[in-house]
Design a protein around this ligand. Structure first.
Ligand code: EZ4
Ligand code: CO
Length: 405
């Protein structure tokens, strides 16, 4: 069997998604997600110009060899563009292998370790009250873990809160230049303990609570936050500080027992190796699309398991349903799986393009038994929603200094 051709599709059903389709000479095809939010076309060029020509004619069943060929063979290793391209090829090859074997990908990984995949949902509100009303609704729907984000009084827009009141999936549909947001650590600290104190009063103790700081704090501020939130027993605190220096997390660790989660923007196992082996984190949040595909995620999960670190893959709306499908197979298999981020099944346009057999009930996802990844891509439907240049926001402090978004 040989790889016959590789196609790259970009569509925008609210969010831009880059989808790779590998077709073999036997007619079997596979899908991969190569979406890098705000830098989509760089990955498209990398795939079309530099990757696809090298793979045509190769055996699609040699997943490991192709991964190593693209990673070691390029000389230029790592980085988000390279790793998103490798990831998409890798996912598509796992999809093909499953279809050839007549088995879902989780069976190829070693089979199910659990009945279903625990999810955490998002409650984002314009005030503490609004956030907690939304959280109560999610709890009623059966979610057992909920991320709380609330608008910060005195700031025009807050991370995670939909200031323009649009549907989450359409939030970045049309941002031809990066929007700018204002951040104040002081105003954030004036709100955050109240959010979680009131959450425990209203929601009780039989629900897991989570929170995403989105890299806004310095290590010692993050340590202070971890300590303040200890009484409210979070499942985890996500991205408490930007950890380009991995030992930033050791500062947080020294002062707080609030569990820590990080990794959604990491590209390789090397980006998180020190924080895992030093037990500075509790959950590793790498995504199949951004960390090199299923092959790389399996390696990270196994490495993390040696140090009691669980997996909690990123599940933002800018990862395509193809990535979500890949995560389902990894989550149901990984012996050290923790929890999966979940923002809903997508808008109507996206559901026209991506068809899958994942079912969500009572805060848990159930992966189907279709061979491969169990996801289909409708090229005609995708063509109705062409690429739309769009960016993630940029953050500034109140004095105008560029800050971490
Ligand atoms: O940073 O969607 O957990 N989710 C998040 C999101 C992501 C953006 C970019 O992928 O933190 O806001
Ligand atoms: Co996050």
């Amino acid at each position: 069997m040989k790889i016959k051709h590789i196609q790259v599709f970009v569509c925008c059903p609210g969010r831009n998604f880059v989808t790779v389709k590998i077709t073999t000479d036997s007619g079997v095809s596979g899908l991969g997600d190569a979406t890098l939010n705000g830098r989509e076309m760089a990955v498209v060029a990398y795939l079309e110009e530099h990757v696809a020509p090298c793979l045509v004619g190769r055996d699609p069943q040699s997943i490991e060899d192709i991964w190593q060929y693209l990673y070691k063979g390029a000389y230029w290793r790592r980085g988000p563009v390279t790793m998103a391209a490798i990831a998409a090829i890798d996912m598509a090859l796992w999809d093909i292998k499953g279809k050839i074997a007549g088995l879902p990908v989780y069976q190829l990984l070693g089979g199910k370790s659990r009945k279903g995949v625990n999810l955490y949902a998002h409650a984002n509100g314009e005030s503490i009250e609004d956030t907690l009303d939304k959280a109560a609704e999610l709890k009623d729907q059966g979610f057992k873990a909920i991320r709380l984000q609330s608008a910060i009084p005195g700031l025009p827009v807050t991370y995670g809160v939909l200031g323009d009141k649009k549907d989450y999936f359409e939030l970045q549909g049309n941002r031809p230049l990066p929007p700018e947001e204002v951040w104040s650590t002081q105003k954030y600290f004036a709100l955050i303990a109240d959010l979680f104190a009131q959450a425990r009063d209203k929601l009780g103790t039989d629900v897991h609570l989570l929170h995403d700081v989105h890299n806004r704090l310095t290590p010692i501020e993050a340590a202070k936050l971890g300590k303040i939130l200890e009484p409210f027993d979070l499942l985890f605190l996500e991205d408490p500080c930007m950890a380009e220096n991995q030992d930033s997390l050791s500062v947080v660790r020294t002062h707080a027992t609030t569990p820590l989660a990080i990794g959604e923007s990491y590209n390789t196992i090397h980006d998180c190796r020190e924080m895992i082996q030093n037990r500075w984190i509790d959950y590793i949040r790498t995504a199949a699309t951004h960390a090199g595909g299923i092959t790389a995620m399996r390696r990270i999960a196994d490495f993390a398991s040696l140090f009691d670190v669980k997996t909690a893959p990123h599940g933002a709306p800018d990862l395509s349903p193809v990535c979500f499908a890949a995560h389902m197979h990894l989550d149901i298999w990984a012996p050290n799986f923790g929890i999966q981020e979940y923002v809903g099944e997508g808008n109507a346009e996206s559901l026209q393009i991506f068809k899958h057999d994942i079912k969500v009930k009572d805060g848990m996802a159930f992966v189907g038994d279709a061979p491969g990844l169990g996801i289909e891509f409708d090229e005609k439907a995708a063509a109705k929603y062409p690429y739309n240049r769009s960016y993630l926001p940029v953050s500034r402090l109140e004095d105008g200094t560029v800050w971490h978004w």
